[in-house]
Write a protein that binds this ligand. Structure first.
Ligand code: DSN
Length: 425
């Protein structure tokens, strides 16, 4: 029996994705091969444990798949260790917290309201409920992180874990300084590179792997893989707490971290998703992926320049990565919520986003976040980005003019229906 109700919704979502301009910075279009690798019999298999050490029989094939995914990820980032089982980025971080911290320990992360992530200590998330979460943020004038203030905050709160990485920060990260700060207070350092992972893998941004104890990422943003999480270590090392095996040998961090995922956080891994991660890592190792990432950056640059030329304020003054955060209070009397809804009516998808020192709630917000990974996967280049910014500007300046928005929506559809959502890599 064919489930026509769900099939129709898959078709409706495909049409939505084809016809629209996708500017959500954390979204992308996985290749057809990645999508096919998720939809197969690996979903039928239980494989609790790790390759070669499973709690179920019949794991010889999934062992090969998971080992290939691990090897490809290690090669992509030059890491000595990788775990590809986390179901998401938040669960990767949860497993790392569980493995490295005790309840009540202090963690120092980037404030969610300044561009950080929920799983870095937000009070509504496990990371802020179970642990003592402290935050650094950006400067109100510059929109930049002041590393001296991060150092002072770490000295004051003596965290056990420091997290660098963000969901809405358009500048690069000084991993060397972060490591010096972590060392000065005896903290472990975690880089969550979920957003810029693809740009880091292709050498366009600073590399955290040699400097941070642990690096986590999602696989579906700039990495353009299936929805999921992973984490890595540049170098494995003995656990710093003196934990030993029953025979008295030191336990390596790789074992501590593996235990954080299974049995700590998760049961059976999603081997069909791990197969798709392996396909995506292979794509990311191809020369075409570096070309794609350069275009992601060029497209973000082009959009940032066009927004600034039209009088918009980008937090931190510009972008060096794939995204930018617009503070709509600067030039428009419109909230992020109204902007997001108006753009949606023109088939341009963004997300409303808090800006640093926002005076509105997270459901209303004063900003929107704009990203270039998805439109770049469709094949759009700089000139197209300028056109998109002009459409965004027209919608935001006429957010209650339904006929104008409908007209822009038709132009958006006419343009985007010419671009495939399954480009070859
Ligand atoms: N941080 C969210 C985003 O960037 O959209 C995902 O968790």
């Amino acid at each position: 029996m064919r489930d026509t109700e769900i099939q129709q919704l898959i078709q409706a979502e495909t049409t939505r994705q084809v016809n629209g301009v996708e500017l959500i910075a954390s979204e992308n279009y996985a290749s057809k091969e990645v999508i096919d690798a998720m939809a197969n019999v690996f979903t039928n298999k239980y494989a609790e444990g790790y390759p070669g050490k499973r709690y179920y029989g019949g794991c010889d094939v999934v062992d090969k798949v998971e080992s290939i995914a691990i090897d490809r990820l290690k090669k992509l980032f030059g890491a000595e260790y990788a775990n590809v089982q986390p179901h998401s980025g938040a669960q990767a971080n949860a497993a790392i917290f569980l493995a490295t911290l005790q309840a009540g320990d202090t963690v120092l992360g980037f404030d969610l309201s300044h561009g950080g992530h929920l799983s870095h200590g937000s009070s509504v998330n496990f990371s802020g409920k179970i642990y003592d979460a402290q935050f650094y943020g950006v400067e109100e004038q510059s929109g930049l992180i002041d590393m001296d203030k991060v150092a002072a905050k770490a000295e004051a709160c003596q965290p056990k874990l420091i997290i660098c990485g963000a969901s809405a920060y358009s500048q690069d990260w000084d991993y060397i300084r972060f490591r010096a700060i972590a060392d000065s207070v005896g903290a472990l350092l975690l880089a969550d590179i979920s957003h810029p992972a693809g740009m880091i893998a292709t050498g366009l941004l600073n590399d955290p792997v040699p400097h941070c104890h642990i690096v986590s990422t999602t696989t579906h943003k700039t990495l353009r893989g299936p929805r999921g999480g992973v984490f890595m270590m540049g170098k494995d090392f003995e656990n710093p707490w003196g934990r030993t095996t029953r025979k008295g040998s030191p336990i390596m961090m790789s074992s501590v971290l593996n235990s954080g995922v299974f049995p700590g956080m998760q049961g059976g891994p999603l081997e069909h998703i791990i197969a798709a991660k392996a396909v995506a890592f292979n794509e990311a190792l191809s020369p075409g992926f570096a070309t794609y990432q350069k275009q992601v950056k060029a497209n973000a640059d082009a959009m940032a320049d066009a927004f600034v030329d039209l009088g918009y304020k980008i937090i931190s003054g510009g972008t060096v990565n794939h995204l930018m955060l617009l503070d709509l209070r600067h030039n428009l009397d419109i909230s992020g919520k109204v902007a997001d809804a108006a753009l949606g009516r023109a088939h341009i998808t963004v997300n409303k986003n808090m800006v640093p020192f926002d005076d509105k709630s997270p459901f209303v917000t004063s900003g929107i976040r704009i990203g270039s990974p998805a439109i770049t996967s469709r094949g759009l280049v700089e000139a197209d980005c300028v056109q998109i910014v002009e459409w965004v500007d027209a919608v935001l300046k006429n957010s209650d003019n339904d006929s104008m928005i409908a007209d822009i929506g038709k132009q958006v559809e006419a343009k985007m229906s010419k671009y495939s959502i399954y480009p070859t890599v």
